[in-house]
Design a protein around this ligand. Structure first.
Ligand code: SAM
Length: 209
């Protein structure tokens, strides 16, 4: 593998599971680069004061910060020990006050009780998940009846033309496939928003239970 391919493979790995010092740098980069998409995703969730919200795969933690401005209690779940550690440092006060609960875990086995949250957001995470049906079933399980789920993804047509992603294990699925998986999990689509983001397209799939 050439230098360029090896750099791309390393970055792609870090995006899916940030770890160590490089992972911390990637976390900061995610907050900068994905800002518009994450801001729009959290806005689409329409969290009201006093609600409990969950960010799955929070990465650099921007979504947690935005949710903390609106929700009563915020949960953050991520598989990356580095991202959890980074967020524990950044949100010490909110954790001590009981407003933020961070847990290690996967979207396919969420460490939360049935019907325990009002709203769930997850941006740029499903590319790393093989068992989509299992993941969406978990989201449906932790949502209370009437709860909302906003899933944010980069435009699949554009992403499938990026070798850095396609050569390095990203699961890029058409919007229709995600919509059908949401439906199968009992989370029918309520709205599909398109967001212009860094010259690329971003999709927000707003669904609910
Ligand atoms: C590309 S980053 C996106 C971070 C943030 N949501 C954003 O849009 O900037 C992907 C994040 O999802 C996490 N992740 C990957 N697979 C996951 C899974 N199965 N369950 C929960 N989090 C996962 C990674 O550790 C990483 O923090």
């Amino acid at each position: 593998m050439g230098l360029r391919e090896s750099f791309r493979a390393g970055l792609a790995r870090q995006l899916g599971h940030p770890s160590g010092l490089r992972g911390r740098i990637v976390g900061a980069m995610l907050n900068r680069r994905n800002r518009t998409a994450v801001v729009r995703a959290v806005a689409a969730l329409e969290v009201a004061g006093g609600e409990t919200a969950l960010d799955i795969g929070f990465g650099g933690g921007l979504g947690l910060a935005l949710l903390l401005d609106k929700a009563g209690v915020v949960h953050g779940v991520d598989i990356s020990a580095t991202m959890l550690d980074r967020a524990r440092g950044a949100f010490r006060g909110e954790i001590a006050a009981g407003r933020l609960v961070l847990s290690a875990g996967s979207m396919t086995a969420l460490p939360l009780g049935d019907g325990s949250v009002d709203a769930v957001v997850s941006t740029n995470t499903v590319y790393f998940i093989d068992d989509l049906a299992g993941a969406f079933a978990e989201v449906a399980r932790v949502l209370r009846p009437g709860g909302r789920f906003v899933l944010g993804i980069g435009d699949p047509d554009l992403m499938s033309r990026a070798p850095m992603l396609t050569d390095n294990g990203f699961r890029i699925r058409p919007v229709a496939e995600l919509e059908s998986a949401l439906d199968g999990a009992g989370l029918p689509l309520r709205n599909h928003e398109r967001v212009a983001h860094r010259g690329l397209g971003f999709h927000l799939l707003v669904s609910g239970k």
